[in-house]
Design a protein around this ligand. Structure first.
Ligand code: CP
Ligand code: NVA
Length: 301
């Protein structure tokens, strides 16, 4: 049994297989309409979601299975009963657990006590299926992944960590241009850098936006869910890292990405988000195809 908890679990060949299957499913979804017939999943969200919730539910539906959405109306996971008991109950009924959680530890406990695949739908540390959908989008637009350079701008967070992990495995050069002290997780960066070496690519973190040269520019919110810092209070620190027309021009970027939701005119300007280099809604669409692919690989027939 395989889980998708961090994104480190899969080899390059397995990543490429997930991307290729997603591309095939996107082209001819009807062909896969019975792949998960009779199969189900619990889709658990401790935090808000538009894209991830919708696309996981639809992914089950399109594959002939069923996703049960649990919005945690009974409170935070682990409060009404232990996470272990929660997991052991669900595993008597469903074939997979999809979770968006405050703490990565919650997903690990679900996996530890459960008997079905656990899929990370965003935690404090990672957003692995997002990164898979993002690299599918890059490949669609640039025709390749190996040797491509992606530069992530802004706050080093869960999305940054996952772009580093998946990028290293897929042979993508990933730069992170972030304010001093706002980089990605140090341990994730070190582990991903070792993998990058094996795949002939490089990961870097630096602070100077003038040094950004990339095929792909990527950004995300400056304040992630679960952090109550007011966005305006960090504006001064992050504004130099905003993706705007000037940065798109000086970087040489061919496409601009954002996992969404966007805070327009904070981390990305209206002009760029609505401009002809923006592929943000392609990324959003590809979440569906990647989730279909991941579910089909992890849930056993
Ligand atoms: N990108 C993403 O995960 O969006 P949601 O928070 O709306 O699911
Ligand atoms: N870093 C963001 C991603 C949202 C999809 C957050 O965790 O809120």
């Amino acid at each position: 049994m395989r889980h998708l908890l961090t994104g480190f679990e899969f080899t390059q060949d397995e990543y490429l297989d997930i991307l290729d299957t997603a591309a095939a499913m996107k082209k001819d979804p009807k062909k896969y309409a019975h792949v998960l017939e009779g199969k189900s999943g619990a889709i658990m969200f401790e935090k808000p979601s538009l894209r991830t919730r919708t696309t996981f539910e639809l992914a089950f539906y399109r594959l002939g299975g069923h996703g049960v959405y649990l919005d945690l109306q009974n409170g935070e996971l682990g409060k009404r009963e232990t996470i272990g008991d929660y997991s052991r109950n669900l595993c008597r009924w469903v074939d997979s657990l999809v979770g968006r959680v405050f703490s990565q530890r919650t997903l690990e406990e679900l996996a530890q006590y459960g008997s079905v695949p656990v899929i990370n739908a965003l935690s404090d540390m990672y957003h692995p299926a997002q990164a898979m959908a993002d690299y599918l989008t890059v490949r669609e637009h640039l025709g390749k992944l190996q040797g491509v350079k992606l530069c992530y701008m802004g706050d080093g967070n869960n999305v940054t960590n996952s772009l580093l992990v998946a990028g290293a495995i897929l042979g993508v050069n990933v730069d992170c241009c972030v304010p001093e002290g706002c980089g990605p997780d140090v341990q994730v960066f070190a582990k991903a850098s070792e993998i990058a070496k094996e795949h002939g690519c490089q990961l870097r973190v630096f602070n100077d936006p003038k040094a950004v040269r990339a095929d792909v520019l990527y950004t995300d919110t400056w304040v992630s869910m679960g952090d109550n810092t007011p966005l305006d209070s960090v504006k001064k620190k992050y504004m130099p890292y905003q993706i705007n027309d000037a940065l798109v021009a000086s970087s040489g970027a061919q496409i601009v990405m954002h996992c969404l939701p966007a805070h327009r005119n904070y981390e990305i300007t209206d002009e760029v988000m609505d401009g002809n280099k923006s592929v943000v809604f392609d990324e959003a669409e590809n979440r569906l195809h990647i989730h279909m692919s991941v579910l089909s690989k992890l849930i056993k027939a």
